[in-house]
Design a protein. Structure first.
Length: 104
């Protein structure tokens, strides 16, 4: 019985760790976007495109919030005050290619 209780408790804790906040970047200033990312480590930002589609991305403070085989890279999203607010988004990369470039 103790094992079942422990398993349920660990599942609940792990589930909370994966919760991530979502915001509309057009409702926030660039400074507010940076503040939210800094406070939470990683957030989802939604915004509209020129074609009217809804776009979104997961933006992070640093590589600690990126999954394995990804690294943070600067991207730009629109906010209420600027059209190009710099934020970091995790991007997949090929470790072998990076290693070979370092050997040259």
């Amino acid at each position: 019985m103790k094992r079942v209780v422990l398993a349920v408790a660990l599942t609940l804790v792990a589930g909370e760790a994966f919760a991530i906040s979502s915001y509309n970047s057009m409702d926030l200033s660039c400074a507010a976007v940076h503040a939210r990312i800094g406070q939470e480590g990683a957030v989802i930002m939604r915004y509209g495109s020129h074609g009217g589609d809804r776009l979104f991305g997961r933006y992070v403070t640093d590589k600690l919030f990126c999954p394995t085989s990804t690294q943070p890279k600067y991207q730009y999203i629109p906010t209420a005050d600027v059209s190009r607010c710099p934020v970091m988004e995790c991007e997949y990369f090929d470790r072998e290619t990076v290693f070979l470039k370092q050997m040259r």
